[in-house]
Design a binder for this molecule. Sequence first.
Ligand code: SAM
Length: 519
Amino acid sequence: MKSVDGKLDLLLSEATAPLFWTPERLNHNSGWWGHVPFAFWLIANCKPRLLVELGTHNGVSYAAFCEAVVRSRISTRCYAVDTWAGDAHAGFYDEEVYTGFKKFHDNRYGAFSELLRMTFDEASETFEDGSIDLLHIDGFHTYDAVRHDFEMWRPKLSDRAIVLFHDTNVRTSDFGVWRFFADLRKELPAFDFLHCNGLGVVATGGQTPIILRELFALNERSTSALRDRFAHFGSRWMAVVGVDELGEKLKTSEEKATELQVAQSRAVADQESAVTWAKSLDLELADLRQTYARTVADHEAIVTWAKSLDLELADLRQTYARTVADHEGVVTWARSLDLELAGLRQTHARTVADHEGVVTSAKSLELELTDLRQTHARAVADHEGVVTSAKSLELELADLRKAHACAVADHEMATAKVRSLQDLVAEGEQRARHSESLERDLAGVRRHIGELEQELVNTRRDAALAHQLIASNSWRLTRPMRFAARLVRGDWRGARAGFWTSRKSFITVCRLARFGSDA
Ligand SMILES: C[S@@+](CC[C@H](N)C(=O)[O-])C[C@H]1O[C@@H](n2cnc3c(N)ncnc32)[C@H](O)[C@@H]1O
């Protein structure tokens, strides 16, 4: 609908609508806020095909360009180039600046826009010559840096290209954009805003959009009016951000105030505890004074004691001198003892060696003694056997003696009987006497036994009268003779074996003799 006199048309026109758009990237600090309405208006009216920004930081200017692309429903491709590390003018900042802006950007503008995290020079290689319609240069702000960036990117500009320069109105420090822009406007059509550090606009090609050509052609009065109006539109967002900043500052101040209140109450508490502590220190001081007085008294006592100790020490020094003299004597003595000890050690070593030899000998003697003991035990056992044998022999001998005595008696009787029987009995008596002498002299016995045997043979022959009586007993009669002969020869075993039979034979002979005499 059109107004009757057309006065409202301008206010309702699509051409002025961008001046009233609200930016999305609020709450971020930037020197660019005052130029956001111009950015909206420029994009909406120039409709660039390719847009590149050199220097994006928090993305206030870049977000304004992208927002305008979205709201204008145009097919602009957009690229933001920055290292997102900062520089000496903007300051060096944290990684969150890049990550925060990327998240904001990708959600809203990812369909047509891209963030190129690299240097301006590196990025320039990725664009074709004559392709860029809108270039915003907002990197490092020295004269040389801006000149370098412009010349590096100038070949990439299209014939309808517009180039924006921020900070054209900053003349402090080494900022040199204002000087470079002054150089440019000598050769290129240009316009610049003075608010918000200044924003310069130049056209580099022959096909500059008509609306910008009109802008560059404005007279002084219109230029001033336009600067005022855009400064006014821009001030809204500067105020909003300023209020936000003030809010942030207020919040920070309130936090600081709270911190101060906490610190103050802590200080009051500290002061109270300090007073309490001071009081306790005062009491402690009084105690310390008393302790000091006691200590002084103690000290005086100690001084007195020290003096007595000093005297005692003098005595002790004398005693010590004497002791030292004694000690030297003892040392001399100890040295002589040491020498003696060395001698004794040698002697001891020899003694030990001897002892070991003796021990070795003793061990071999002990072994020998063990052998001897065994031999002795065996000898004792043998001896006991011999003693036992001797005892049994002794018993046997006693028996023999008795038998012998009996035999002698019997023999005497037999002799007496034989003598009384015949002359040969006399010889029997002689043999009986001879038999007695055998007991005294065994050698004689042997001889006499031979004689007796001979005599017995003779007796056998001569005693013909008794032969019949004793014929059957002749062997028995000779048994005593054989037994006597064994005794004479020393054949004890044979003698013992034949003793009992001889004894019986002897008894038989005696009986026969007695029988003969009786007969
Ligand atoms: C003033 S700030 C950009 C402000 C931004 N246009 C805004 O709307 O607030 C400058 C940025 O340029 C970047 N910069 C400076 N020199 C650069 C270079 N040679 N290559 C890439 N980035 C650079 C810095 O990292 C910094 O983020």
